[in-house]
Design a binder for this molecule. Structure first.
Ligand code: GAR
Length: 198
């Protein structure tokens, strides 16, 4: 089985969906560690409840020194020997220095239909643009932010009267469908994109 590390910064609902699916039969991946850059991330508790090792690498002591933060991540990961990394609401930008060592072995979920709306505030931007369809994307991580080969997307309708919060909630439901489905395929060596409609 491929050993899967999950990086997060928050509540970890996507992490839970990945762990739940890896616990089901026939999965080529198994979780080895959950890493957070914030000690107060709710996802750490949810991982521990599920018997998964957790680590915290606080970015703040490193200030602007991203290289030192990433070196600490690498040191922390080493004993867990991951084969793959899944970013699941990890809200720190990683540089090429870290990413290059994980090329083709690191996935991210992003709450928009990439290439639209890289970066933050994706739901507000989709509403502002008058989009009728929004969604989420799982992609391989490359050195450019929210770039990299698309491994799957799920579409979500934008409804009259949507606020960023109501739209985010509808997208999150699809994130929880898409990410486990993509990881299951990816861990088994499948790279063809998975396109879901709701
Ligand atoms: C998710 O919506 C994820 O797509 C987004 O953060 C949320 C994390 O929720 N990720 C990004 O914005 C990455 N730039 P979760 O902690 O409940 O999984």
């Amino acid at each position: 089985q491929r050993r899967v590390a999950i990086f997060l910064s928050g509540g970890g609902s996507n992490m839970v969906s990945l762990l739940d699916d890896m616990a089901r039969p026939g999965h080529a991946g198994a979780p080895c560690v959950v890493v957070s850059n914030r000690a107060d991330a709710g996802g750490l508790v949810r991982a521990a409840e599920r018997g998964v090792a957790t680590e915290v690498v606080d970015h703040r002591p490193f200030g602007k020194d991203r290289a030192a933060f990433e070196a600490a991540l690498t040191t922390t990961l080493a004993p867990h020997a991951p084969d793959l990394i899944c970013l699941a609401g990890f809200m720190r930008i990683l540089t090429g220095a870290f990413i290059d060592g994980w090329q083709g072995r690191m996935l991210n979920i992003h709450p928009s239909l990439l290439p639209k709306y890289r970066g933050l505030n994706t739901h507000a931007r989709a509403i502002e643009a008058g989009d009728g369809v929004h969604g989420c994307t799982v992609h391989e991580v490359t050195a450019e932010l929210d770039e990299g080969p698309i491994l799957g997307q799920a579409q979500v309708p934008v409804i009259d009267g949507d606020t960023p919060d109501t739209l985010a909630a509808r997208v999150l439901v699809q994130e929880h469908r898409l990410y486990p489905a993509v990881l299951r395929r990816f861990a088994a060596g499948e790279r063809a994109p998975l396109m879901l409609t709701s």
